[in-house]
Design a protein around this ligand. Structure first.
Ligand SMILES: [Zn+2]
Length: 871
């Protein structure tokens, strides 16, 4: 109903400039609860009127006032129990009302401007749509509310809008009424109710000219759920893959976790301007369009996998996040770590589990291990923050998922499932904590996790040293662990590490002593007998613990494991370790002995029993950044040159094999299946090596592939190879690609990235020119990440000794900050790694950080990241 309140007050005072630090130990239950809220939106991009009616109840015995969070809100009116009031006050952006009794109806009315909301938090406009993003603290930019995840409310939402511009009106829950009502001038309205109490961060609303791919799903108890994926009319054809993934994920969650969907409707909307990948709002997921739209012409296999993984992830949140939510933002890993683990297992079940594990570990090492080793290191459950937006990190997500995976490993499939049943049943409808999760594991699994809790408390990647002694008939494996100091945590306790290991007889290939050893102390000795000669140690099989492993294994041991280990991850790891050892030796000696790697890769290439998808991963060299992570001082120039020459050696030594593999995996029609994905991966890895051996010949092959490709994976594989070289074919392909996809923003993102990731020496100059390109934009986070984000992880280009890369990144962060502080802050950690480099680069990186910190009017998002990075 329309609001009748009439009082007009001046704008609330702005929040104080000095960033406030929020600490986990200061948690206190909410003073007031809001069991019900009715929202009424009169939608228009320039001025949207939001009326809110909150039923509030005092929580416990106290005399504290009601405090409603607001961010940049101007109250038009405030009323209590139907009467306008004037004696409210504002404190630090909060609307404060003294209330005498224990239960009241509080009404507020505000006007907000979605069209000028470039932060993309709260209600904003994107490509003709009006949509919301509330996690973590966006709801307070829409209306006054106790905007914290432990205040759970039942929502009723009514919205009215111009029918022509916004024919579709969506919100959480079920659509209960629609009409033209009393609204004049072509306006219409819709009402939605969500019966499940939820925190404000899960609120969502979308209005726009949207078209749906509609389907349905019958749940395990026989209820029919209407499914809709809403996009622009022209994009409906690109939603089939997402819809298939959604239905597969819904079935998987029933089969594996016994979790059934609970509403009659499940909607997904794709929007172009989005700070995250996607958002799990109850019954109305909102997605970055890159994680919904896919067809062979515009999406690579990585994109297809991304769509399936993110659709599953957001769907799984309906239980791990929505039905059981977080008590406060320090518990973010409760929902994210668990849900990432769930989506990783789901994707492993859809294709090659071995390749999926390799990809996940590679991602963990590239982002989380670096974070854990730098100035922004924090435990998966942080102790304090200035801006919670900065804690949507690889640590909370990816390391959080590894922590859940270790619980799964310790408990086994069946007991883990029993424990998650305990967790869901015990906490359904509640705002829970990480501690609640661990206790459910202990109670359901009859296991003592006292030491395991250190994973929630200590930052830093543990180091596990494994040594093997063999004499006569006796073999002893010694395990020693240490956790490096991190900011604020100089001394660490030993962690509980589930270490899967086995010994392999070098002569017979027989495996013995395979076990899961739970290392709880700093050191342990494991004794084995029955090996006539010194066996080979296969350790951290399946990457059972997220640690850095150091061993005394020889080149011969690693080569043996690379050819014979029956654990695919350990086999991959042995090859990678051989490559790393070779590259690190080459960096310090100036030239490398490539023989061991060349032989190991040769053996892998011709092994008929191996899946091509696995081979393609196993023969790739570690990234330059990962090599740098193993060194005391990162030397980007020497690392690039060592890696280039090892790559050249592999390319030349196995030239005939690369040719054979390239040809045998060519001339196949597109199909999105594990086998065809593997074939495309192998073909494009082979193409890269062909071009490394002979650039001119490789460029000809790549251009032919580029022109003939019937799918984006092959087109991008060719373009990536060409982009690293200097052939005329490079310019031809880049121009043709831009021309063909000039109207497809997601594909033009790839055009920017492929240039920003190039190994060419002039990449810094190219990026400096691309930030001035007509298609570059600060208002679209995907575009910013595609160019500036990609450049910042291109070690050889970004860390040029002249500091051009650092200056460019600082300039872009400063330019983006007033528009979108959240996305700007995510780019700061690339400069925060300054301690890892030589003195010259250190000075240049610090200067770039100082330039950022000294910028007047900096957001608290960027201020927190940059000031912590300076140390
Ligand atoms: Zn999530």
């Amino acid at each position: 109903m329309p609001c009748v309140m009439l009082d007009v007050h001046s704008t609330l005072a702005a929040a104080p400039a000095a960033p406030h630090v929020v600490r986990r130990e200061d948690y206190r239950p909410p003073d007031w609860l809001v069991p019900d809220i009715a929202l009424d939106f009169d939608l228009a991009p320039g001025a949207t009127r939001v009326s809110a009616k909150l039923s509030v109840t005092r929580n416990g015995a106290h005399d504290r006032p009601l405090r409603l969070d607001g961010d940049a809100l101007t109250p038009v009116a405030v009323a209590v129990d139907g009467k306008a009031i004037h004696d409210w006050r504002s404190e630090s952006g909060q609307l404060v009302i003294d209330l005498p009794g224990d239960a009241h109806i509080v009404e507020t009315e505000v006007v907000i401007a979605p069209a000028t909301n470039t932060q993309l938090m709260g209600l904003y406009a994107s490509g003709g749509l009006l949509c919301t993003q509330c996690e973590a603290e966006g709801f307070r930019r829409i209306t006054f509310f106790p905007d914290r995840p432990d205040v759970l409310s039942r929502y009723t939402v009514r919205m009215a809008a111009d029918r022509a511009a916004y024919p579709v009106l969506l919100a959480n829950g079920d659509n209960v009424a629609n009409g033209d009502g009393i609204e004049a001038g072509g306006r219409h309205w819709a009402q939605w109710t969500d019966p499940f109490p939820k925190p404000s961060y899960l609120f969502a609303l979308v209005a726009g000219d949207l078209h749906a791919n509609r389907d349905s799903f019958t749940t395990m108890s026989g209820r029919v759920v209407e499914l809709g994926i809403w996009v622009r009319a022209a994009d409906v054809a690109k939603t089939a893959h997402a819809m298939a993934a959604l239905k597969t994920a819904m079935r998987w969650d029933e089969d594996v976790y016994g979790r059934e969907y609970d509403l009659g409707v499940f909607n997904i909307v794709a929007v172009d301007d989005f700070n995250f990948g996607a958002m799990e709002n109850k019954g109305l997921n909102i997605f970055n369009s890159r994680y919904i739209l896919a067809d062979p012409d515009t999406a690579t296999d990585v994109d297809y996998d991304g769509v399936a993984g993110v659709v599953a992830h957001e769907y799984f949140h309906n239980w791990s996040g929505n039905r059981v939510t977080c008590r406060d933002w320090f518990q973010l890993s409760l929902k994210e770590g668990f849900t990432v683990f769930r989506d990783q297992c789901f994707m492993a079940d859809q294709g090659s589990a071995a390749v999926k594990r390799i990809e996940d570990v590679r991602g963990l090492r590239a982002s989380q291990f670096q974070e854990d080793a730098g100035p922004l290191a924090h435990p998966i459950r942080p102790e304090s923050y200035m801006e919670i937006g900065n804690f949507y990190t690889a640590t909370v997500y990816s390391k959080g998922a590894e922590v859940i995976r270790m619980l799964h490993t310790l408990l086994g499939d069946e007991r883990f499932r029993a424990c998650t049943d305990v967790y869901f049943e015990r906490h359904d409808g509640e705002a829970a904590t990480c501690e609640d999760f661990v206790r459910a594991m202990e109670d359901g699994g009859d296991i003592d996790l006292a030491r395991f809790r250190r994973w929630y408390e200590q930052a830093g990647t543990p180091r596990l040293k494994a040594t093997l002694r063999h004499s006569n008939d006796k073999t002893v494996v010694t395990l020693e662990q240490s956790v490096p100091p991190t900011p604020g945590q100089p001394v660490k306790q030993p962690m509980l590490l589930p270490v899967r290991l086995a010994l392999i007889d070098r002569d017979t290939g027989a495996k013995r002593g395979e076990q899961l050893h739970v290392l709880e102390d700093e050191r342990a000795e494991l004794s084995f007998s029955g090996f006539a000669t010194r066996p080979v140690l296969s350790i951290n099989r399946g990457f059972s613990a997220p640690v850095v492993v150091e061993t005394d294994r020889s080149q011969a041991d690693l080569a043996f494991l690379s050819a014979h280990d029956d654990d695919p991850f350990a086999r991959y790891e042995a090859t990678q370790q051989l490559m790393l050892d070779t590259l690190i030796a080459a960096v310090s000696a100036g030239r490398g002995d490539h023989a061991a790697v060349v032989n190991a890769v040769g053996a892998t290439l011709v092994d008929p029993l191996l899946d091509p998808a696995f081979v393609a991963e196993a023969v790739l060299l570690p990234s330059e950044a990962f090599v740098g992570d193993q060194m005391l001082v990162v030397d980007p120039v020497s690392i690039a040159s060592a890696r280039d020459s090892l790559r050249m050696a592999l390319a030349q030594a196995h030239a005939a094999e690369w040719q054979r593999l390239y040809k045998s995996h060519s001339d196949r029609a597109f199909e999105y299946s594990p086998a065809e994905k593997g074939a495309r991966r192998m073909r494009n890895v082979a193409l890269g090596y062909l071009a490394a051996a002979d650039e001119a010949d490789g460029a000809r092959t790549a251009l032919a592939q580029f022109e003939a490709a019937d799918n984006m994976t092959d087109r991008m594989g060719a373009l990536g190879t060409l982009a690293n070289g200097s052939s005329t074919a490079r310019d031809v392909a880049l121009a043709a690609f831009h021309d063909r996809y000039r109207d497809n923003a997601l594909v033009i993102d790839k055009w920017f990235s492929v240039q920003a990731l190039s190994t060419r020496p002039d990449t810094g100059d190219a990026v400096a020119a691309l930030v001035r390109h007509a298609d570059f934009s600060l208002t679209n986070p995907n575009r910013f990440r595609a160019l500036v984000g990609a450049f910042s992880v291109n070690q050889r280009a970004f860390h040029g000794s002249d500091g051009q890369g650092y200056a460019l990144l600082a300039e872009q962060i400063v330019a983006l900050d007033p528009i979108n502080p959240q996305t700007a802050a995510k780019m700061v950690p690339a400069l925060g790694r300054w301690r890892r480099f030589d003195e010259g680069r250190q000075a240049l990186m610090r200067a770039a950080l100082e330039r950022i910190v000294s910028t007047p009017g900096l957001s608290k998002d960027v201020f927190e990241q940059a000031s912590k990075s300076l140390g």
